[in-house]
Design a protein around this ligand. Structure first.
Ligand code: FES
Length: 119
């Protein structure tokens, strides 16, 4: 299983193919935000990569990051755990002022159809 390292939190085994946002929640037990439910709309699932940033991204991720003028972050709802990764969890419920982290994302990446492009 791929290793997921979360800076300042620990190292975890992530089931192969699991969405990163869900691994952060389930395996790392983080209060990771995902306000839009994993649909590449809100960008609250953002993380910073320390190592192992995927060379590809979904077209939906690229589009929403560009629309918000964001760089240096990736959307954990648009990434699957298929290799070792080290991330910084920079968008958590604690201190956000939100009432909850958002609806639980589905097991599969949304929106469909998923189009992979180089980042
Ligand atoms: S963009 Fe909203 S949860 Fe990922």
């Amino acid at each position: 299983m791929p290793k997921l390292s979360v800076e300042g939190v620990g190292d975890f085994e992530a089931p192969h193919g699991k969405r990163l946002v869900l691994a952060l929640e389930d395996e790392a037990r983080l209060d990771q935000l995902h306000a839009c439910g994993g649909n590449a709309r809100c960008t609250t699932c953002r993380v910073e990569f320390v190592a192992g940033e995927p060379p590809q991204m979904t077209a939906a991720e690229k589009s929403v990051l560009a629309a918000r003028g964001l760089s240096g972050v990736r959307l954990s709802c648009q990434i699957v755990c298929d290799h070792d990764m080290a991330v910084r969890a920079i968008s958590r419920l604690a201190g956000s002022g939100r009432k909850d982290a958002g609806p639980r994302p589905a097991d599969d990446i949304n929106p469909q159809p998923v189009v992979w492009i180089d980042r």
